[in-house]
Design a protein around this ligand. Structure first.
Ligand code: SF4
Length: 351
């Protein structure tokens, strides 16, 4: 097992340490690990156990994260290390996020960057598990990636401390922050073992303050997490604190892990959620996990022209002008970066 001294921890009496990476702020006794199981106190020093060990790596379209308004069409090298600070009973990556053993293939930061370049990626995405809890690995990789001209993105549950956000923000270009059940605190407690959702909102404000491009997802779970009132409140919060141009992706639940008896969300419920969010004044609301649905497209908020047409992870028609304006009415569409085209077939896994 490789050890790498952790970032962001405090020393306490009796060789205890407090980890300040995620909002759990675990106080860890000598010899014990934190809630995520991948950070261990040895003799009053906190170590990361998953540094440089990838449990999954592969090339993905950026749309899979999802990021729809950031370097559209780009390819990213996706990297994950073992562990998570949540215990979601529906996790579709539970084989790697909930592992008790710190497995993984040696994939040091220099190799991640080299591999991204060799595979014609424009960026690196820290994803599949929770990047907050492999911060040391993401931090070193992200710094090298920047030097090599690559961008960095997180796919995160957002349960980061403000210190963690400030640490990674100088190297982080974009973040997809995933909510479940529109942030219902009872759902988070009972289904994901998360005591409070407030830290996620604080982390989002900090990401915004630090200029990171943000897209929000929300998993709509039948019955227990499909309240339109809560979706309305979440859309309003996004509009008020992150701005009306923040892309909001409503994701259809599908049965997985310990929740295989809960059916996939009814498409009509998804459409109701879409309308509810749009009526709060958000300009770019998308439905995810329903390939072929018209709500995968981007529409001009001014004249309603379908300006980017998509099918699942692919862009099938791009109508914006070079300076990202609607070709019909000239309305400026907020897209960060540039449009990329690739002949590669994706996604494909390295391991
Ligand atoms: S990352 Fe979070 S869960 Fe893991 S040890 Fe630190 S505070 Fe605890």
């Amino acid at each position: 097992m490789s050890l790498h001294e952790a970032m962001l921890y405090e020393e306490h009496a009796e060789n205890k340490v407090k980890c300040c990476l995620c909002a759990r702020r675990c106080l860890i006794s000598d010899g014990a690990t934190g809630f995520c199981l991948v950070r261990k106190n040895q003799g009053g020093v906190l170590y990361s156990l998953n540094y440089g060990k990838a449990v999954s790596a592969g090339v993905d379209p950026i749309s899979k994260k999802p990021l729809s308004h950031f370097n559209p069409g780009a390819l990213v090298m996706s990297v994950a290390a073992a562990g998570c600070n949540f215990r979601c009973q529906f996790c579709d990556n539970w084989m790697i996020s909930q592992e008790k053993e710190i497995a993984g293939n040696p994939f040091p930061p220099e190799e991640v960057v080299k591999s991204a370049k060799e595979n014609q990626c424009q960026g690196i995405s820290y994803t599949y598990t929770e990047p907050t809890i492999f911060m040391e690995y993401t931090y070193d990789t992200a710094k090298l990636a920047r030097e090599a001209g690559l961008f960095n993105t997180f796919v995160t549950n957002g349960y980061m401390t403000p210190e963690a956000v400030k640490t990674i923000a100088p190297y982080l270009d974009a973040a997809t922050v995933d909510f479940k059940a529109a942030g219902d605190p009872d759902f988070y407690k009972s289904v994901s073992a998360v005591p409070s959702v407030e830290p996620i909102y604080e982390a989002l404000k900090e990401l915004k303050l630090n200029g990171v491009h943000i897209e929000i997802t929300n998993l709509v779970v039948p019955k227990m997490g499909d309240s339109m009132d809560k979706i309305r409140a979440m859309a309003k919060w996004i509009k008020d604190y992150l701005g009306p141009d923040t892309p909001f992706h409503l994701l259809r639940f599908h049965p997985d892990y310990k929740m295989t008896t809960v059916p996939a969300t009814d498409v009509k419920v998804m459409e109701q959620a879409l309308l509810t969010a749009k009526n709060q004044g958000l300009n770019y609301v998308y439905l995810g996990n329903i390939p072929g649905h018209a709500s995968e497209n981007t529409y001009c908020p001014n004249c309603d022209t379908a300006i980017i047409k998509r099918y699942a992870f692919e862009i099938i028609e791009w109508k914006l002008t070079k300076d990202m304006k609607c070709p019909v009415c000239g309305y400026q569409i907020p897209i960060k970066g540039k449009v990329w085209q690739s002949n590669l077939r994706y996604p494909y896994a390295l391991f």
